[in-house]
Design a protein around this ligand. Sequence first.
Ligand code: FES
Length: 110
Amino acid sequence: MSLQVACKASAVASGAVRRAVVDNVMLAIVHAPDGQWYALAGQCSHMGSSLAGGEVIVDGDTCLLRCPGHGALFDVATGRPTTGPAFAPIATYPVVLDGDAVLVDVEGVK
Ligand code: FES
């Protein structure tokens, strides 16, 4: 596992998403309202919109990220779309919190 700093935890409010780049991999870092952290591919699998510009939504026990392009919803834990127009999943990456650092392993793609 090769963890690298993606961003400061204090820079991402609960329920927010932020853009980060690690090893030239564009990421969307999600700080879920339940306190969990997620790192997803930064580009939508539909037409490539930046998911860091999206909206974090909670639906029951599931945290979702809405693409700002055309509204596809992705499960932040699995990267799978739950609504169209995106049909292909996006990559998710292991995340570890170390103090104020959000560490992501972009080699550990799921
Ligand atoms: S670019 Fe994301 S839904 Fe179209």
